[in-house]
Design a protein around this ligand. Structure first.
Ligand code: AP5
Length: 245
């Protein structure tokens, strides 16, 4: 498969990519970039926010527990999220690697992930071990006011999941998905009040992960304040360089 945004990436179909983590505040563009990277490398995007929202919509036991927490902008308890991720990592499509979008979000989740990957690596062949190697962490850095505009302007397609923005990435026809014609929706937690709680949770609970991953030398900072294609090109180039190490 050809990379859409970087001439540095050529054929990537068969390559074992390993785990990639998207780290950044709400609205940084984690989901947008994760979709592009997933498409480029042929690996799944695992978005804990999407899986939780799906559980809320289906009113599962997990969804019932998570609903009010998410609507307040708080984090869902670590144990619930880790169990959910454990199940997802065992799925067959993770055989070359995967991209985690919105996970880990606390130091406890990061420690759990390290232990989980080590457990999965045990007993695997070389390719299996590479698919669950210690993750590469892409940190998106974005200015605060830009985050607010991205979140309040976000709309998404309930059918194909494509993400738009009324200010920066509008659909061709207002309110309608370019791909499948579905009516676009706004997330319930994208109100100014809840956004402020989500940003606080990020500062207090998720930002310490920068130190956690910097210590292992696998953290790459990317300037997320650029247009989508420019951010994607920087990320893909960073991944190519890290993979060559
Ligand atoms: P989650 O769904 O993970 O939300 P989030 O982290 O708050 O991140 P967002 O999805 O809001 O933003 P994003 O960075 O993906 O940006 P996007 O690409 O969409 O989590 C939601 C909730 O679930 C949490 O609050 C928590 O309750 C719970 N939860 C999830 N994971 C959990 C965990 N691990 N532990 C505990 N609880 C958990 O882009 C945003 C907008 O900007 C879009 O409109 C897009 O078009 C636009 N945009 C993107 N890039 C650019 C660009 N470069 N230039 C201009 N516009 C851009």
């Amino acid at each position: 498969m050809e990379a859409r945004t970087s001439s540095a990436v050529v054929k990537t179909d068969q390559r074992v990519v390993g785990p990639i983590i998207m780290l950044g505040p709400p609205g940084a563009g984690k989901g947008t970039q994760a979709k592009l990277i997933a498409e480029t490398y042929g690996i799944p995007q695992i978005s804990t926010g999407d899986i939780l929202r799906d559980n809320v919509a289906r009113k599962t036991e997990l969804g019932v527990k998570a609903k009010a927490i998410m609507e307040r902008g708080d984090l869902v308890p670590d144990d619930l999220v880790c169990d959910m991720v454990a199940d997802r990592l065992l799925m067959a499509d993770c055989y070359k690697g995967f991209i985690l979008d919105g996970f880990p979000r606390t130091v406890r989740q990061a420690e759990w992930l390290d232990a989980q990957l080590e457990k999965i690596r045990a007993g695997q062949d070389a390719a299996g071990r590479a698919a669950c190697a210690p993750p590469i962490v892409l940190r998106l850095v974005v200015e605060y006011n830009q985050l607010l505009q991205r979140l309040t302007g976000r709309r998404s397609c309930p059918t194909c999941g494509l993400i738009y923005n009324v200010y920066f990435q509008p659909p061709k026809v207002q309110g309608i998905c370019d791909v499948d014609g579905s009516t676009l929706v706004q997330r319930r937690d994208d109100t100014e009040e809840v956004i402020s709680e989500r940003l606080k949770a990020y500062e207090q609970l998720t930002l310490p992960l920068v130190d956690y991953y910097q210590a292992s030398g696998r953290l790459v900072e990317v300037n997320g304040d650029q247009p989508v294609d420019a951010v994607a090109a920087q990320m893909l180039s960073a991944l190519e360089n890290v993979h060559r190490l």
